[in-house]
Design a protein. Sequence first.
Length: 341
Amino acid sequence: MQIDINLQEKSYKVFINELKKISLDTKVAIVTNPTVSALHLDTLLGKIAASECFVITIPDGEQYKNFETINTILEECFTHRLDRKSVLIALGGGVIGDMTGFVASIYQRGISFIQVPTTLLAQVDASVGGKTGINNKFGKNLVGAFWQPRAVYCETEFLKTLPKREFSAGVAEMIKMAVTFDKDFFEWLELNSLHVEKNLQYAIEKCVKIKADVVSRDEREEGIRAVLNYGHTFCHVIENETNYSTYLHGEGVAIGMVLANSLANRLDLLSVEEGKRIQNVLEKYDLPTSYTIASAEKFYDSFFLDKKSANKKIKFILPKGIGDFAIKDDISKDVLLEILQ
Ligand code: NAD
Ligand code: GLY
């Protein structure tokens, strides 16, 4: 299956289970980490034909998603004398994809890159849409660029080595898309298991189509792309309170969606029964759905650290029934404290 991301001259395709050969008459550098390289680098190398091919290996982990690692990748690019026609290939999860894309956006004022995502989260979300970047001491993904890849290759074969928790974290992002954009897909998720290969491929295709539509309409998150942040306003506070060490991002999103659902319920956007159905699908994949809020006031104040809280207004993406959404930035402090308590 091939899915088009329509962005005029920046358009590209997402290929799902169609990686046969990547043929380039330029230099290529694959950026990966030791975990992924041990499992999947040989497979990828067997599919690349290029004038020269280098491998750049960086340490594994979100804690390395920083300027130091960007500089390491850049220095390797210069050492291998990559030129403006050279192509970077990201082989890994969202961390590798975001950093490779960022280097591609700045190396010699911008070169081309290809995404080969190896986590479920990266296949259905991070590799598509051109958000690239790194973290710094002020927060996550605060430095970066919109830089679209020239192609994305999602291979379900790579997911077979993914730890169970990482798989479920990706499922949380899939549930996010179903709840806000596609009721039929949500009902399909209720009835089917993503541990069945053909179901997984179908669901990845569904999510990439949703993301393709959103990104094609709003590349720079000036409108509808923000809906992909359902659950994230609460999630960011939880990640921050737990020092990014207790929950994987997708797990935080799962809890965040449950909290957003309580708020949606309070505002008569979502029924209790619909909220329970969403929770059931999250729990089917052993995702966490509860969190103890020590101080509602402190939690509330932390909303304002979010880079999406503009002009002191907190933006919430809420489900409107299942399969639709509402964007609210005028919810009173009293209502929010009531939910948090
Ligand atoms: P990750 O890249 O850290 O990968 C998770 C772990 O799985 C890592 O240890 C990795 O080495 C390992 N791994 C990767 N593929 C594997 C495989 N096939 N088998 C076994 N292990 C494998 O995490 P992630 O969840 O993929 O991505 C999270 C990152 O993505 C965050 O930095 C987040 O900010 C970013 N993100 C970006 C976007 C975007 O639009 N650009 C969207 C969502 C998330
Ligand atoms: N993951 C959210 C986005 O791409 O906008």
